[in-house]
Design a binder for this molecule. Structure first.
Ligand SMILES: C[S@@+](CC[C@H](N)C(=O)[O-])C[C@H]1O[C@@H](n2cnc3c(N)ncnc32)[C@H](O)[C@@H]1O
Length: 397
């Protein structure tokens, strides 16, 4: 390989490999230059962001994830609401590594994000960029961009959650889903993704679900309302969340991502955090733990070494689960691992705030799978609009 100062890279490959390469690229819709630039950039970023705890481990060269098809190099613009520390946003951006697996960058650009919580915004800024605007959504909604391809947001769940009072979307906090409805009306995105807790599907919350579905549908959107088990997508945690994905009526339906694990292959707690066992407490990497006494409240269970962990909760007031082997509760770094945050994602906050940010987040790995499926949907939509219809075909003859 010869490299000149101009930035040109010339590589000699045998003709058979060249033919195979061009055939694969033709299928994916990418160009050789585009493909090389994406992979090279990811490799450089990936090399820099290796696990904090396995600095010397051998990093294998990147491969595009199975199922990722970059038909175009086009980036889709995203607006993010109720962004928290950025779990869902990290998943949409991709380009991170966890459990020795690389989740490639996805072609999205987050233009604008918002959260009320200052500490969550600090963490977001530190890891994802300056495009987050702290403050109440109703005060800032007029400052969001006028257009975006995709809108994402996990609206507050306290009034819907089984741990809350169950007032549903008539409550002040979960009623904030109305800000997402207003944003869909304003941005008219090609896809929107709204996340909430499993309880939204309970019979006792059926009025809330009906209200949410009606309000989004009234804007001319077709919805996929589905329960996702994070553990089926490579998250070492029994966490279930509802995602409402909307596309404008008449556009291709959203198809949820295929699961990649089952009960036999779920990732265990030991696989996820076993290598952190000898690490001393270290606030610089959020390896700190709560010393809250065992209380009659929930959250005092021990996780099992050979099973996925229980759901990491936001409002547990220090009552996070206990380690399966050590005489202490889980550290924030361990909780972050269980939520699939990479080791280089540092929370810029003290223990209680970090607990809230980690527990509130959509696991980035689950968000990555959903973002990938959204990308497939956007591609399908573009391919369909690019195909000549019978009437345009006739006109062109
Ligand atoms: C479930 S969390 C979202 C977590 C995020 N999706 C993630 O993956 O990290 C809901 C967020 O809504 C924020 N929030 C609550 N009330 C708000 C308001 N009035 N305006 C803006 N954000 C608000 C909370 O601070 C919290 O971070």
């Amino acid at each position: 390989m010869a490299r000149s100062d101009s930035g040109r890279v010339v590589i000699e490959v045998d003709p058979k490999t060249k033919r195979k390469l061009y055939a694969s690229l033709a299928l994916s819709g990418s160009t050789l230059k585009g493909w090389f630039s994406t992979v090279a950039e990811e490799y450089c970023t990936y090399g820099k962001t290796a696990s904090l705890f396995q600095k010397d481990s051998l990093i294998s060269p990147p491969t595009l994830a199975v199922g990722t098809s970059y038909r175009t190099q086009k980036k889709y613009s995203v607006v993010s609401m109720f962004s928290g520390c950025g779990g869902m946003d990290l998943g949409f951006g991709g380009g991170f590594e966890i459990f020795g697996k690389r989740y490639p960058k996805l072609p999205y650009e987050i233009l604008w994000a918002n959260d009320l919580n200052e500490a969550a915004c600090r963490t977001y800024k530190k890891n994802l960029g300056d495009h987050i605007h702290p403050g109440d959504i109703w005060n800032l909604i007029s400052t969001m961009p006028k257009k975006a391809d995709v809108l994402i947001g996990g609206f507050p769940c306290q009034d819907i959650s089984i741990n809350g009072k169950g007032v549903g979307v008539s409550g002040a906090r979960s009623g904030l889903y109305r800000a997402m409805v207003a944003a869909v009306d304003k941005l008219r995105p090609k896809v929107f993704v709204a996340e909430n807790v499993r309880a939204l599907l309970m019979k006792s919350r059926s009025d809330s679900l009906k209200q949410v579905v009606n309000d989004f549908s009234d804007l001319g959107y077709t919805l996929s309302v589905q329960l996702y088990k994070a553990v089926d997508y490579g998250v070492p945690q029994i966490r279930e969340r509802v995602f409402i994905v909307g596309v404008p009526n008449g556009r291709p339906k959203f198809l949820p991502p295929a699961v990649e694990r089952n009960r036999e292959t779920w990732m265990t707690s030991d696989e996820a955090i076993g290598d952190l066992m000898d690490l001393v407490e270290d606030p610089a990497i959020n390896h700190v733990w709560s010393r809250a006494n065992v209380s009659p409240e929930q959250g005092n269970r021990k996780i099992s070494a050979n099973k996925p962990a229980h759901t990491i909760r936001a409002e547990c007031h220090g009552n996070i689960q206990f380690h399966y082997k050590l005489p202490r509760r889980l550290s924030m770094r361990e909780a972050a691992r269980i939520q699939t945050f990479p080791d280089n994602f540092i929370f810029d906050s003290k223990l209680r705030e970090t607990e809230r940010q980690v527990g509130n987040a959509v696991p980035p790995v689950l968000a990555w799978h959903i973002a990938n499926a959204v990308h497939r949907n956007l591609n399908e939509d573009e391919t369909r609009s690019a195909k000549p219809t019978n009437s345009t075909r006739k006109k062109n003859v």
